[in-house]
Design a protein around this ligand. Sequence first.
Ligand SMILES: [Zn+2]
Length: 123
Amino acid sequence: LKINFNRVTKTPKVFELTLENILFSGKLYQKKSHQVILEGAYNGLLSLHCDRCGIAYQEEITSPLVLRLTDEISGAKDDLDIIEFLDGIIDITYILQSELNAQKESYNYCNDCSNKDDIEIEL
Ligand SMILES: [Zn+2]
């Protein structure tokens, strides 16, 4: 799902996207020149692998997501909540995919393992 940056106005534009059993919905609106706000939430069943025993399992996730998007170089490299789309195309699929990948790359434990006492969860 891609939306042209220049087509987003101050009137919120709603979007909805499903990826890997996750529904991502929300709205986009222009905050100021070269800056668009994405306000949304995603929920669904995420397929994960347990970092302890290796089995595949699914976990229900639900999370709000608020991001600032820009079509120019923001200059704020330490600001993690701003995402640059320098070609002027907002790629919502990419945003969701990045979120899901971040979840998958963190430590995940299946129900059996997370109920055991001897786990050290490293942050
Ligand atoms: Zn496990």
